[in-house]
Design a protein around this ligand. Structure first.
Ligand SMILES: Cc1cc2nc3c(=O)[nH]c(=O)nc-3n(C[C@H](O)[C@H](O)[C@H](O)COP(=O)(O)OP(=O)(O)OC[C@H]3O[C@@H](n4cnc5c(N)ncnc54)[C@H](O)[C@@H]3O)c2cc1C
Length: 595
C-alpha cells in the first residue's frame, strides 16, 4: 500500500467527507469493487469493520475453479464465467494461483444418472452418488468451456488398476477415477492486499480503512466508527455498496431497510500434518463424495494437507467456529476415502471456518444452493437520498467479474465512463512474474546479486510476494537484514515492511493474514511473542497494550483455530529456510507438463 498511514487517511477523510461511493465490507468482493471503481477515477471509500479479508474471504477451500458440480444444477453461465475468471487469475496472478490436477475417485459406472437428471430439471434436491457416466458428461462440458483458452490438459479417465497404482491408499471399492485440471490459490489474503496496494498505486481516488465499521445512516450521511479508538466519522455518499458478505442483512439494518437476502452456510476446514495422507494425494487434489454424496476435497497445502469442508446453515456469522462435531465429520469422510490412514487429533495443526454469503433459498440441501452472485438494488428514497446495492453470493474465483458488473451499474448511476478494464491487469507480484523454471532461476540469481541476499532467500521472497519482493528489497537492506530468532525464514526487515506498508493494526493481522504462519502450522508461542514485541515497538505500544494484544490474539487462536497454549508451547521454532510451496509448485507443474 502507499506511504499514507491509516491516521493520515482518517484525517483526510474528516476534512473531505463527501465521497461518490462508500463500499461497506473489505472481503474480496468489496476489495474487487474498490479496485474497479478507483481505476475509473471514482472517489471511493472502503470500510471494513475487522481486518481486510478476514470473513468468508479468509476461509475458502482455496480452489480457483469452474465448479464442476454446478453443472448438474444447470448453472452453465456460472461455470463458464468461473472458468474464464480462473484462467484470468492463472495469467494475472501466477505467483499465487497455480494449476491443480484434481482426481475424482469413482465408485460405480451408472449411479446417479436418474438423480442428476432430476436435479438438472430442478425436480429434486436430493444428494446422490455420481457414477462414471455422469462424471464423464460433466468433465466433457468442462473441457468444452475452456477449449483453446488454457494450456492445461483436458480430463483423463484411469482404469481401476491404474487408479490403484497411482493412488494406492484410496478406498479399494473405486471402479475407476478421472483427473481434470483446476487451480488453487496459495495466499488468498495476500492477493487481496495486493489488490488494495495496486489500487492505491494506480489511482489517487480510493481510500480503504480497516477496523472501520458502518454503524448507521442519518439522512444523507453515514456514520463510521473507527474501532481502533471509537472515534466517529461522518461521510456523505452518492452511492452505497453493501459488500458485507454474510453480514449484508445486518448491515442493511443501518439503513432501516430490513432485507432477507442472505442464507449463510458455515464451512469448516482442517489442516492436517500427516505424511501418509500427504503422499496419498499424489501431489494433487482428491475431489470425492462421502457416503452421503456430499463433495469433499483435500490437497497438499504447504507441507500439510487441507481437508474440507462442511456446509451448515447459520444465522449469526459472528458465531462461526469449527466445532468438534465438524472435525469428527471431516475425519470420518477422510476415513471413507482413505480407510487405512489414521489421523490423530495432534496432527490437526489448524482449523478454520467461514460463512458463505449465499442467497436466501428454499432448497432442501445446502449443497444445491446456487454459488452464483447477484446485485440487489434498494433505490434512493426521500429519507435516504442514495441507492444501496448489495453484493450477494459469489465465489472467490469470480470476484473480478462480479466487481466489474457492479461497478458498471455504479458508473452508470454516476454518469462516469469506464476508462480501464481489469481483464488482463496483472495483480501485485504477478506483474512480470518469471514464468518458467529457468526464468525464475535467472530472476532469483539477479535479485540475490542486486540485493545481497542468498539465492534461497530470493526464492523464498519470490514465492511469498511474487515480484513485489523488489519493493521490499528496495526499502530494506536485505544483505544486512536479521532473521527472526524463532522463525529464521522471516526477517526483521520483512516484518517491518509488512507492518509499515500493509495497515497492520493487530497482532492477528500479521500472524493470520499478512503472513501464512498460522495456517502453515508453523506458529509457536515464542514466535507469537517475538512478533508481538516487534509490532509493539513499531506501533509504540505501552507494555499494557502489548500484553492485552497478546492475550487477545492467543484467545482468538484458541477459539477460532484450535491453537491452545499447550499446543503452541509444544511446537518447536523454525530454524530452516525451507520453502515448501515452491516444491509443491514444481510437483504440480511436473504433473501439468506430463498431462
Ligand atoms: C467454507 C468456504 C469455502 C469456500 N471455498 C471457496 C473456493 O474454494 N473457491 C471459491 O472461489 N470460493 C470459495 N468460497 C466462497 C468465497 O470465499 C466467498 O464467496 C467470498 O469470500 C465472499 O466474499 P465477500 O467479500 O462477499 O464476503 P466476506 O469475505 O465475508 O467479506 C465481508 C466483510 O464485510 C465486513 N463487514 C460486515 N459488516 C460490516 C460493517 N457494518 N461495516 C464494515 N464492514 C463490515 C466483514 O467484517 C467482512 O470482512 C468459500 C467460502 C467458504 C465460507
Amino acid at each position: 500500500m502507499n506511504a499514507e498511514t491509516r491516521k493520515q487517511k482518517r484525517a483526510r477523510l474528516l476534512q473531505s467527507p463527501d465521497v461518490s461511493v462508500v463500499i461497506v465490507g473489505g472481503g474480496i468482493n468489496g476489495i474487487g469493487l474498490y479496485r474497479e471503481l478507483a481505476l475509473q477515477g471514482v472517489d471511493v471509500l472502503l470500510v471494513e469493520k475487522e481486518d481486510y479479508c478476514s470473513g468468508a474471504s479468509a476461509a475458502p477451500s482455496r480452489m480457483i475453479h469452474g465448479g464442476l458440480r454446478y453443472l448438474e444444477n444447470g448453472e452453465f453461465t456460472l461455470v463458464r464465467e468461473s472458468l474464464n475468471e480462473r484462467n484470468r487469475l492463472l495469467a494475472n496472478a501466477p505467483h499465487y494461483v497455480r494449476p491443480l490436477p484434481t482426481t475424482i475417485p469413482i465408485f460405480s459406472r451408472w449411479d446417479g444418472v436418474w438423480q442428476a437428471l432430476l436435479r438438472f430439471l430442478r425436480l429434486s434436491d436430493k444428494q446422490s452418488r455420481r457414477g462414471a457416466f455422469v462424471i464423464k458428461l460433466g468433465l466433457m462440458a468442462y473441457d468444452l468451456f475452456t477449449k483453446g483458452a488454457t494450456s492445461m490438459p483436458t480430463h483423463r479417465f484411469h482404469r481401476k488398476c491404474s487408479t490403484n497404482t497411482q493412488w494406492p491408499a484410496l478406498n479399494k471399492e473405486t471402479v475407476c477415477s478421472a483427473t481434470y485440471y483446476d487451480a488453487w490459490i496459495s495466499y488468498p489474503e495476500r492477493l487481496a492486499f495486493e489488490l488494495l496496494a495496486d489500487t492505491e498505486q494506480l489511482s489517487d481516488t480510493g481510500m480503504a480503512l480497516n477496523y472501520a465499521e458502518l454503524i448507521r445512516a442519518e439522512g444523507d450521511q453515514l456514520m463510521i466508527e473507527d474501532r481502533t479508538d471509537g472515534a466517529q466519522i461522518r461521510v456523505k455518499p452518492r452511492v452505497v455498496v453493501n459488500a458485507a458478505g454474510a453480514w449484508i442483512d445486518f448491515t442493511n439494518q443501518a439503513f432501516s431497510m430490513p432485507t432477507q437476502f442472505i442464507g449463510g452456510t458455515k464451512g469448516s476446514h482442517l489442516i492436517i500434518n500427516n505424511r501418509e495422507l500427504y503422499q496419498a494425494t499424489g501431489g494433487g487434489m482428491i475431489y470425492y463424495e462421502n457416503p452421503e454424496g456430499r463433495i469433499c476435497i483435500l490437497f497438499p497445502y504447504f507441507d500439510n494437507v487441507l481437508v474440507g469442508s462442511t456446509d451448515i446453515s447459520i444465522t449469526n456469522p459472528d458465531t462461526a467456529v469449527c466445532t468438534a462435531e465438524e472435525t469428527a465429520y471431516i475425519l470420518e469422510s477422510l476415513k471413507y476415502i482413505f480407510p487405512d490412514i489414521t489421523i490423530s487429533h495432534d496432527e490437526i495443526v489448524y482449523r478454520f471456518s467461514g460463512v458463505r454469503p449465499l442467497p436466501a433459498s428454499d432448497r432442501e440441501t445446502n449443497g444445491q444452493i446456487s454459488r452464483d452472485h447477484s446485485c440487489r438494488v434498494m433505490p434512493a428514497s426521500e429519507d435516504q437520498p442514495f441507492p444501496v446495492y448489495s453484493m450477494v453470493g459469489g465465489k472467490w474465483t469470480t470476484f473480478r467479474s462480479f466487481a466489474e458488473q457492479v461497478a458498471d451499474r455504479v458508473l452508470a448511476d454516476l454518469d462516469v465512463t469506464r476508462q480501464q478494464s481489469t481483464h488482463a491487469l496483472a495483480i501485485g507480484g504477478g506483474k512480470d512474474y518469471p514464468e518458467s523454471d529457468s526464468e525464475r532461476e535467472h530472476w532469483c540469481q539477479q535479485f540475490s546479486e542486486k540485493y545481497g541476499c542468498s539465492i534461497l532467500r530470493a526464492e523464498q521472497l519470490l514465492m511469498r510476494y511474487g515480484t513485489c519482493a523488489v519493493a521490499l528489497a528496495e526499502k530494506y537492506d536485505l544483505g544486512n537484514d536479521r532473521p527472526l530468532e524463532h522463525h529464521t525464514g522471516y526477517s526483521y526487515g520483512e516484518l517491518t515492511y509488512l507492518i509499515g506498508s500493509e495497515q497492520v493494526v493487530h497482532l492477528s493481522d500479521l500472524l493470520l493474514r499478512r503472513t501464512a504462519l498460522a495456517i502453515s502450522g508453523e506458529l509457536n508461542m515464542a514466535m507469537v511473542q517475538e512478533f508481538n514485541e516487534l509490532l509493539a515497538r513499531q506501533s509504540g505500544w505501552s507494555a499494557e497494550v502489548a500484553e492485552e494484544e497478546l492475550s487477545r490474539t492467543l484467545s482468538h487462536l484458541e477459539k477460532h483455530h484450535g491453537l491452545d497454549h499447550n499446543t503452541l508451547n509444544k511446537r518447536p521454532s523454525i530454524r530452516s529456510e525451507e520453502h515448501h510451496v515452491s516444491s509443491q509448485e514444481s510437483a504440480y507443474e511436473a504433473v501439468v507438463q506430463a498431462g
